[in-house]
Ligand binder design. Sequence first.
Ligand SMILES: [Zn+2]
Length: 256
Amino acid sequence: MLAQDISNGTMTDHEWQLRVDLAASFRLAYQHDYHEAVANHFSVALSENGRKFLVQPVGYHFSRIKASDLVMLDLDDPSTWDGTEHKVDPSARILHGHLHQALPHARCIMHVHTPTILALACLKDYEFLMLDQNACKFYGRIAYDRDYQGLAVTDDEGERVANLMGHDKAILFMGNHGVMVLASSVAEAWDELYFLERACQVQLLALQTGRELAIIPDDVAKKAERQWNTYPTGFANLHFNELKMMLDKEEADYQS
Ligand SMILES: [Zn+2]
């Protein structure tokens, strides 16, 4: 049906490319063990104002999601998330919906509960440490939710979480819950999630030694953040494209 939508012009190439990229990111999250049961959501905005976005249908395991499975959720049309044709998990609409509309510049949003990130998010008053070069990528770009309020199934909770993210933040450490990654594209979101997970692995390992930590001074961490995020090679796209080429060989059906 979607192939038909493309050939008859009701779906743009742009939307199809977003679907392919988002489907790839689910497969990669499965391969990297960032998934949890059939929970957690990745989304990508379709409309400028963020009120229309693509997200996976309820109950789909990350390992099998295809581009054509993704649901176009329109916050102005309940049939797109709770109709006979489309069903979307309520927390996907609440969390991703409120963030997409509050921060329309964040085109892609990834939410996971990886044990490494979560272990740090469960430490009382935890501040992400400038402990290694990868950590510096996130200097000044992390917001914190230190007031866990249960499952995100009400609009009040979605609003509360969205209000915690400033326009200059890319990551929300959700205490006792997980993390949200907000980025300008699927490739950027994937790259951020990947390096955040790596930096968190290092922090957890270093903390476990009980030895004194060699924290990178503020001015150096700030400089490294600028270097990371203005790096001239378009690193996130290079990274994501290489991973997609791996998928093309191993499980090309993600693009169908
Ligand atoms: Zn969650």
